[in-house]
Design a protein. Structure first.
Length: 342
């Protein structure tokens, strides 16, 4: 050991070994302190009588790792995401759920402490009531409005800020759920205005106009959405949403849907959720699709959660709806889900 220390001392003395200065070590520590890492694993056992024979089985529904870095008024975030149970090959677009850079200008007149934030890249669409990831949901499944009335991710530029009881986001993107260049170019714009008139009540007004056919013949759309959150009674959360979409090509197809849900926590561990949603896939034809969902939730501690869901879908149209529900038939599905997030 003495020989090794003697050799090292000699090398340092000759300048052959670089010793990082104290300032560099401190800089590296500061960068590490500015990194936030989070994520979750979502697994389930589910089944349905949608087909004959009935389907059921275990699934690894989603795995996600989120990394954020902030230094002063700049930052970045990217979400690595995979949904193995969905099947198919993992695409680059699907692997990176989000990936964006932020630049904030604090202390602007009339704006809050955070000022104005510029976001550039791919981000979750700021529209609607339900969130995308399993740890942020009160059910196993999403409502019909979420699945068929809203985009999931947008790629482009966004400005966001808040002032008093108002918060707002406006964005300009390259289509809906589209990442990359298209023949038509970026022709999509929209935004959301949030209003909190009293503590415990928030209403969001969203609008999107998508003039981009996405290069694959998909009709451009206008989307109008209103969401509301009410938390005036202890342990009770009420959420609602109304959505309309309209094709901007030819005669166009108009859709309309709404969702109402309530979640109550009986204890710190156990809660229950009920949800009703209705969606008209084509307002010019008869028949609508409805879904009734009930779930019991459990917060098991340490980021571990579980729930049991039962859902009933009904289709009043004469053809199978885009949700896969046959006409004049009730499809019952169930799921047991466990999610761990950190």
């Amino acid at each position: 050991m003495k020989i090794k220390y003697t050799v090292m001392a000699a090398l340092v003395g000759m300048g052959m070994v670089a010793v990082p200065p104290l300032a560099s070590a401190s800089s590296l520590k500061d960068k590490l302190d500015n990194i936030q890492v989070s994520g979750f694993v979502d697994t389930s056992y589910s089944g349905s009588n949608a087909t004959t024979p009935k389907t059921k089985g275990f699934g690894l529904d989603q795995v996600e790792l989120d990394i954020e870095y902030h230094e002063g008024n700049v930052g970045l975030r990217f979400d690595l995401n995979a949904s193995p149970s969905a099947g198919g090959n993992v695409t680059n677009d699907g692997l990176f759920e989000q990936g964006y850079i932020t630049y904030s200008v604090p202390g602007l007149p009339l704006l809050g402490e955070d000022g104005l934030t510029f976001t550039f890249g791919k981000f979750n669409a700021p529209i609607g009531w339900e969130l995308l990831d399993a740890p942020d949901m009160y059910q196993f499944s999403h409502a019909l409005v979420f699945n068929f009335g809203l985009p999931t991710n947008l790629t482009g530029a966004m400005l966001s800020g808040s002032a008093g009881m108002l918060d707002a986001s406006v964005y300009y993107t390259g289509g809906l759920d589209l990442n990359g260049t298209t023949a038509g170019g970026a022709k999509t714009f929209g935004g959301r205005l949030g209003i909190t008139p009293v503590e415990g009540v928030n209403v969001g007004l969203s609008y999107i106009q998508d003039k981009n056919t996405n290069g694959v013949g998909a009709a451009a759309l206008k989307i109008t959405d209103v969401d509301a959150t009410i938390e005036l009674i202890e342990n009770l959360l009420i959420g609602g949403e109304y959505n309309e979409t309209k094709s901007m090509q030819g005669a166009g197809i108009k859709t309309r849907g709404f969702m109402l849900m309530g979640h109550y926590d009986f204890t710190d561990m156990f809660g229950a959720t009920v949800r009703y949603d209705n969606f008209d896939f084509d307002r010019s034809t008869a028949g609508k699709s409805t879904a009734y969902t009930g779930a019991v939730t459990a917060a098991l501690g340490g980021g571990l959660g579980a729930l049991v869901e039962v859902r009933s879908d009904k289709n009043g149209a004469v053809t199978t709806d885009p949700n896969g529900t046959p006409p004049s038939r009730t499809v019952t599905s169930y799921a047991f889900e466990m999610t761990y997030g950190f």
